[in-house]
Ligand binder design. Sequence first.
Ligand code: KIV
Length: 295
Amino acid sequence: MSLQKMTAKKIIEKKQKGQKIITITSYDYSMAKIVDECDFDLILVGDSLSMVVLGYKNTLSVTMDEMIHHTKAVSRAVSNAMVVGDMPFLSYKIDLKEAVKNAGRFIQEGGAEAVKVEGGTEICPTIRAMIDADIQVMGHIGLTPQAIYQFGGFMVQGKTIEAAQKLILDAKNLENEGAFSIVLESIPWQVAKLITNSLDIPTIGIGAGKYCDGQIIVINDMLGIFTDFKPKFLKYFGDIGGNIRKALKDYKNEVETVLYPDRDHSYEFPDEDFNTLNEWFESIDLEKEALKIKK
Ligand code: KIV
């Protein structure tokens, strides 16, 4: 482990010091390496992988094996940020043993330092079992995308007094159970502020306003690479999709017009030997000569 590697303890300390916690998702080696160079606190290998990388219509389709495969790629790239693996649908809600075993795979095979699970008070026994097995856990409440069919879609949560009260109590129970941080997704900023002020562990918001202790965002969304839909909270911080399209058109055009590859992008045969090679080439019967080296 590198000396400067971010840890759950350091992330909690950032809240105590009033410093914002900067987090984002990543799914592959090259992107995670760029993120890590930019000094982020935490990289989540989110189950958003299902939609933004694998093209499924929601997050319910991605499997444990796919999540581990991508977590490994991210872990290989990262030496500063804390890496968290997102437990996919059904990998932690069937029984406790299965949940701990699957969480352990993120650590042992994936190289992550913690896992994230979606759910409120009902998931406390699972969090406890994971922590008892020395696995650090990040919670996730509000719009938990694995429950979209229960919610009836990607809807903002916590908009009634009862729903907001439930979120506030859920967050406290997750903290008491030992979660080191909690993602708050798509809830009114006032509710997120109350939750943030009521906890010692940090809240990490996505669509939960500016009072959260940190923010997370899906990297393919914020870079304008995944544009299938745009929730209200999403801000494009770049147009990488546009840049990719332009680069691809330029490449296509240069290949068609034989501008690429030019001499600067080609390998040279030594000039002094080329005449000899050419004379040999012109002197042989290519079919016969090729047969000679065939066994
Ligand atoms: O899967 C994901 O990317 C997430 C974040 C949006 C928190 O769960």
